[in-house]
Design a protein around this ligand. Structure first.
Ligand code: GDP
Ligand code: IMO
Ligand code: MG
Length: 433
């Protein structure tokens, strides 16, 4: 009992794309096991090393390390087509994938008709659309909670096709009710039936991989003293309970999601690494108090290469929002902060940090229940930029004084230390404080 190891959780504190993939890849050598606990192919986690760039959607970001075991937990929703494609794009051998990638039998499947429904539901919303990645995430989680979903483990049973057909029929009826016809639906540049064929081919491929009862497996590893790094997807402000509902994703992206998404008790959680960008971005619709609509925002987008890793959409950009960051830090019980993309701000003469909002004429230090357009104005502290290239810096002491002051201000505001600073997309561009 005394040797029981912990699960350290790593998650995004903003609206996703904080650099989780890169940081998991950096921390992976310290962990024999990396596990994803929620989300699905709506995620796009970028890793860069040896002049190559990889984008992972479902596979945990420890996959490139020789001895790491990578688990796709029960809380994840899996699209077999995306997963197979992703595996092939890693360029890793089948032997490596077979031994390094384990999939929970209890993870739910995203059916082609979940993607049809996602599209139909967004279309009917018109102006109020969420800006979903249209990967079928919402409908797959809906079926999970409606106790109608199909899981990875079901693939192994002879009733699989029959149950698939029943669910598909139901989805097509729902889509028709939403004025969306199967024959008009284009998915991955092809017809539904082409995609469905690929989907079944990928199901056959998945059968060659290892399916596990991941909650049993994970707890046994902990008993053996093997620490696990749980990799979150999306960000806390997209959490289905605590994000800017309804402009959220359909899973619990906060630390609590790691417990239900992997089957571990809260007492097993060790550190909670919270990642944030030195500024903010958001892709898709929904409130974003510090959003910039001018050339300053465009400059952030250009320098930070702020285009979605999954959809290629331009990301909305804005100043760092400490009210929102503090909210996320508290919800997750963050123990260690990690700041990414500090290098992107290196050429800005002055920087703004949001420390409160004006809401209905009053200054507030929390995110209100409902934010209508223009109801909320950020209050900023203006600070001098560092105007120094920091990409080659590897020692915290060598960082410009104004950047260290920026970090100190954040730490004091949210009351958690910043332990790691990322200064570029590559694995080597990292500073431990
Ligand atoms: P994730 O979804 O949280 O894994 O993040 P994404 O991969 O979607 O987006 C983060 C983007 O920023 C990717 O293109 C990364 O390669 C890149 N990135 C990560 N950390 C840094 C950093 O410190 N500086 C810069 N310039 N880019 C970074
Ligand atoms: P990673 O893990 C950024 C956003 C979508 C949309 C909303 C709902 O790479 O940080 P969904 O497809 O879940 O129905 O979309 O959530 N979204 C993300 N934004 N990064 C992500 O993942 C995201 N996953 C979903 O843009 O606004
Ligand atoms: Mg991403």
């Amino acid at each position: 009992m005394t040797n029981t190891a912990k699960v350290d959780v790593l998650l995004g504190l903003q609206w996703g794309d904080e650099g989780k993939g890169k940081i998991v890849d950096v921390l992976a050598p310290k962990y024999p096991v990396i596990a994803r606990f929620q989300g699905g192919p709506n995620a796009g986690h970028t890793l860069e090393f040896e002049n190559k760039k990889y984008v992972l959607h479902t596979i945990p970001s420890g996959i490139f390390h020789q001895n790491a075991v990578n688990i796709i937990g029960n809380g994840v929703v899996i699209d077999p087509v995306t997963l197979q494609l992703e595996i092939s794009k890693t360029g890793l051998s089948f032997e490596h994938i077979y031994k390094s990638l384990l999939i929970s039998r209890k993870a739910h499947l995203i059916l082609p008709s979940h993607r049809l429904l996602d599209f139909a539901m967004e279309q009917i919303k018109g102006e109020a659309k969420i800006g979903s990645t249209l990967k079928g995430i919402g409908p797959a989680y809906t079926d999970k909670y409606a106790r109608a979903g199909l899981r990875i483990g079901d693939i192994e049973f002879p009733t699989f096709i029959e149950n698939y057909e029943k669910l598909k029929k139901n989805h097509i009826q729902q889509a028709e009710y939403l004025n969306c016809k199967l024959n008009d639906f284009v998915v991955d540049n092809g017809s539904f039936s082409d995609y469905e064929k690929r989907w079944f081919d990928s199901i056959e491929y998945l059968k060659k991989l290892q399916f596990i009862d991941s909650e049993v497996y994970v707890n046994a590893l902990l008993e053996k003293g093997m620490p696990i790094l749980a990799e979150g997807a999306q960000g806390s402000l997209l959490d289905v309970d605590f994000g800017s509902y309804p402009f959220v994703t359909s899973s619990n992206t906060v630390a609590a999601g790691a417990c239900s998404g992997l089957g571990i008790a809260p007492s097993k959680v060790g550190k909670v690494y919270g990642i944030f960008k030195a500024y903010c971005t958001r892709v898709g619709s929904g409130p974003f108090p510090t959003e910039l609509f001018d050339e300053v925002g465009q400059k952030m987008r250009d320098i930070g290469r702020e285009y979605g890793s999954t959809t290629g959409r331009p990301r909305r950009c804005g100043w760092l929002d400490l009210v929102a960051l503090k909210y996320a830090v508290v919800l997750n019980g963050v123990t260690d902060l990690i700041m990414t993309k500090s290098d992107v701000l290196s050429s800005f003469e002055t920087l703004k940090i949001c420390t409160s909002y004006i809401f209905n004429g009053k200054e507030i230090d929390f995110i209100p229940y409902r934010i209508e357009e223009k109801m909320l104005q950020p209050v900023y502290k203006v600070v001098p930029g560092w105007l120094n290239d920091i990409t080659n810096c590897r020692d915290y002491n060598d960082l410009p004084a104004n950047l260290k002051e920026y970090v100190r201000f954040i730490e004091e505001f949210v009351n958690v230390p910043v332990k790691i600073i990322s200064t570029g997309p590559d694995r080597t561009e990292i500073i431990y404080k």
